[in-house]
Design a protein around this ligand. Structure first.
Ligand code: BG6
Ligand code: MG
Length: 226
């Protein structure tokens, strides 16, 4: 294991909840019902694609012009940015600060593969941006998760082969992207949405260098034996 690539929202900090609150605020204003199960299917998905999915689900896609959709996207992001403006280092999810320290101590490269254009701002507010050797710019990609492009790009930027990377995600689309990239997939959350992951932990505080490294070793042995 030469590199660990992190998703951001819902892995490093609980901004997955902020995306939920921002979408709910915008979508309910236009009379579309929105709950956590709809939100679950949007995790890891770009802002534009998320709105498209929300409108398609409620049969409202044709009701809005492109300009109106742009306004909704702008409003969602404005609301989201108000929420993240209050983030501090205290908002790191449990165990993440410790894990970053352990990885640095082990000279493991650290990358970020987040679909969020707000990711650099979030990392700055959490005061961990300097811990990352590479941060993928999602606007430079042709395809979003579940396509592997974002994880493969992170590996290129880190100068590490995908087979030597582990990646951590909280979304089904993210786990699919990691597996398609040929990496060791770590899922944070409930087993049902993380079933394709190579290692599942319930919470971020269960993550540590030792846990990742041990599971990584058995995973590699299994691959070699196959
Ligand atoms: C992902 C989130 O990390 O980023 C999605 O899981 C979000 O919920 C996406 O839609 C895009 O984020 P942003 O900040 O560019 O709107
Ligand atoms: Mg996420």
């Amino acid at each position: 294991m030469k590199a660990v690539i992190f998703d951001l929202d819902g892995v490093i900090t609980d901004t997955a909840e902020y995306h939920f609150l921002a979408w709910r605020h915008i979508v309910e204003q236009i009379g579309i019902p929105f709950d956590r199960s709809v939100n679950e299917s949007l995790k890891g998905i770009s802002r534009e694609k998320s709105l498209e999915n929300i409108l398609i689900r409620s049969g409202a896609e044709a009701k809005y012009t492109n300009a109106e959709k742009q306004d909704l996207l702008h409003e969602k992001n404005k609301y989201y940015q108000t929420l993240i403006s209050k983030l501090t280092p205290e908002d790191l999810l449990p165990g993440i600060g410790r894990l970053l320290c352990e990885l640095k101590g082990e000279k493991i490269k650290i990358g970020l593969a987040s679909s969020s254009r707000n990711a650099p701002e979030v990392l700055k507010r959490l005061e961990i941006i300097n811990d990352f050797h590479a941060i993928v710019d999602p606007t430079a990609l042709a395809n979003g998760k579940p396509d592997p492009e974002i994880f493969l790009t992170a590996a290129v930027l880190l100068g590490v082969s995908p087979a030597d990377c582990a990646a951590i995600e909280d979304a089904e689309a993210g786990i699919a992207a990691i597996k398609s990239a040929g990496m060791f997939a770590v899922g944070v959350g409930h087993e049902q949405s993380m079933h394709d992951a190579d290692l599942i932990v319930r919470q971020t505080c269960d993550l540590s260098f030792d846990v990742l490294n041990e599971e990584w070793k058995s995973y590699r042995i299994n691959i070699v034996q196959k």
